[in-house]
Design a protein around this ligand. Structure first.
Ligand code: KIV
Length: 265
């Protein structure tokens, strides 16, 4: 099976086929998820919290994101790998923005990048696209603007803010993004956006009417429970499963039950 492409994703929307997307941050996990057939793997800046233990996503650097993206790219042959551009890597200087986006393609092996924001970054997105870098957008709750938004709050609840979000979505589509993440907005608004634009919308906390869904893999597997938003569905309690296995290993070593002679040279 050949690798997912940005154009195939758009065909999936036209054919009403739901798009599946998950985050991945390392080689081994990326390989498992890729073999499962997930359409898109996002090396999210959420790795700042779930992999690096930071309080939020703001501290993660370009170099750190490139390192994790390289690992994920090496673990995949089928999924489209999208790298999240970190805070301050694309909103300060246009040239830097294009250069940083290009690093994810050239150095790390991603096929696309993701940026947060609407009309105010349209020019930046256009410059990336002119440099042949496919761009995914992200509207609604944009975690890099956490301090501006005053916390992790549902966005687009008032008629003016909903109208603004629809306007931003249309501008981003016109500029040339290939897909749009909608995070933490009312499901009716997400449905309206999905109908208003021709590119796929991928929801997280945006209800069932988006063209696809994305979740953080640590939330899906029950590996990270420091924040548990309502939209998360844990499919596994991997944290407890790991603890059980590790406790058994500790007990086996302490009691001299591991290794046996069969497990020795
Ligand atoms: O950083 C991230 O993981 C994300 C999503 C979950 C959309 O941006």
């Amino acid at each position: 099976m050949s690798r997912m492409t940005t154009t195939k994703l758009q065909e999936m929307k036209k054919a009403s086929q739901k798009i599946t997307m998950l985050t991945a941050y390392d080689y081994s996990m990326a390989k498992i998820l890729d073999n499962c057939g997930v359409d898109v793997l996002l090396v999210g800046d959420s790795l700042s919290m779930v992999m690096l233990g930071n309080e939020n996503i703001l501290p993660v650097t370009m170099d750190e994101m490139v390192t994790f993206t390289k690992a994920v790219a090496k673990g995949t042959t089928k999924a489209l790998v999208v790298a999240d551009m970190p805070f301050l890597s694309y909103k300060v200087d246009l040239k830097d923005a294009v250069y940083n986006a290009g690093r994810f393609i050239k150095e790390a092996g991603a096929q696309a990048v993701k940026v947060e924001g609407g009309e105010h970054i349209a020019k930046t997105i256009l410059s990336m696209i002119h440099a042949d870098i496919p761009v995914m957008g992200h509207l609604g709750l944009t975690p890099q603007a956490i301090h501006q938004m005053g916390g992790y709050k549902i966005q687009g609840k008032t008629p003016p803010s909903a109208k603004e979000l629809i306007k931003d979505a249309k501008i981003l589509e016109e500029v040339g993004i290939f897909a749009l993440i909608l995070e933490c907005i009312p499901y009716e608004l997400a449905q309206e956006v999905a109908q208003a634009i021709n590119i796929p919308t991928i929801g997280i906390g945006a209800g069932p009417y988006c063209d696809g869904q994305v979740l953080v893999i640590h939330d899906v597997l029950g590996l990270y429970d420091e924040i548990r938003p309502k939209f998360v569905r844990p499919y596994l309690d991997l944290k407890s499963i790991i603890a059980k296995a590790v406790n058994k290993y500790i007990a086996d070593v302490r009691q001299g039950e591991f290794p046996t002679l069969e497990e020795s040279y």
